[in-house]
Design a protein around this ligand. Sequence first.
Ligand code: FAD
Length: 380
Amino acid sequence: MRPINVVILGGGFGGLAAANELRENLPQDIRITIIDKKDWFMMDLVKLWIINGTREFELSKRPLESITKKGIEFVNEDVMKIDPIGKLIRTKYRQFHYDYLIIALGVELAPEKIPGLKENSLILYDINDVPKIRDTLRQMKSGKIAIVITGLPYKCPPAPFEAALLIRSVLEETGASDSVTIDFYSPTPITLPAGGPQVSEEIFQILKSKKIEFHGNHKTIEVEPNKIKFENGETGFDVLISVPPHKVPAVVIESGFAENGKFVVVDKTCTTKYENVYAIGDVNQIMVTDKIAVPKAGIFAEAEGVTVARNIISQIKNELENAIFDGKGGCFLETGKGTAGYLQVDMFATPDPLTRLQSSSTEHFSEKEKFEQERLKKWL
Ligand SMILES: Cc1cc2nc3c(=O)[nH]c(=O)nc-3n(C[C@H](O)[C@H](O)[C@H](O)COP(=O)(O)OP(=O)(O)OC[C@H]3O[C@@H](n4cnc5c(N)ncnc54)[C@H](O)[C@@H]3O)c2cc1C
């Protein structure tokens, strides 16, 4: 008899969490395969540490090949087509049959959606631009840094604020802080809408205490050399650091999973409209209220990966478990000089999602370091 195949598209946060949960709980004759176009994994949060000079990319990434030690197969190829009727995945050179499929392909960055953005800004979320941001900051003596969020939703809502605070820290170290202004532009009226008004105000005050001016309701329409055009005006800059619009990976749209280019809409079980196909992490959209969706964050991708893995395990073992994603989690808000706050989140609390910001401390920063190290050790 043909072995059961569980295929996971994407060896990022969600894919690695799911693969490990499956492998730990299923017999070795069940095949588990991860397909990823990259051959390495690094948590996105390390990008911030590359910017402040405490980490290097080459020393921080881990080879995905190491999951093969655990009996998880790894295929380093680009996924070109998902066929949910024939239960097939096509890459450039091969095709794979699946019995269970987990789509964990994350998002694609789409700077091209804003004219001039790619040419005139350094992209905070792009690993190729991150070392350029580090070097630019170290050389800067005076001028204006603009940090701009250009599209919603974007990954890890607090991350651009952490970046602003770390940038201020770097400037304090280089002695340029008094002569460099930092302005933060966002299309949202408050800093962190998913966190609610109180947490947003707290973040606003932290930014203010570090002379970072937050400008809400600024929707970017175009960027020119040294000028950003918003729907409601324009501003100049010397260095522009941007969070570009995000889009659903092309293969997910072309394979019919994303209607009208939207992220894959699923409920708390992450099941899609196709049999035995799940979508987890940034590639999906789980609505909490008619206006608020679960934020795109690694901690949620991980929890969704474990939820889906448990349901696949129970189906294969004919057990009755029916796990659902509980929307609870937390993430760190790094504030510079080895300190961080902690945002505790319960997305499905009633009547509204609950978010609390615990104040900044060196302990929270140590927990953030541990957060990365523990997962690397467990997953790879
Ligand atoms: C600067 C920054 C800081 C962050 N900090 C935090 C934090 O502190 N805490 C937190 O919880 N989250 C944080 N996040 C968010 C977090 O990184 C993402 O939400 C998380 O990575 C999502 O996991 P995922 O598995 O859905 O996607 P990803 O981790 O992005 O994985 C997707 C994988 O799919 C692969 N892939 C895509 N398309 C294809 C294809 N066609 N063929 C083959 N492979 C493909 C990619 O190569 C990638 O490996 C941060 C993000 C950023 C940018």
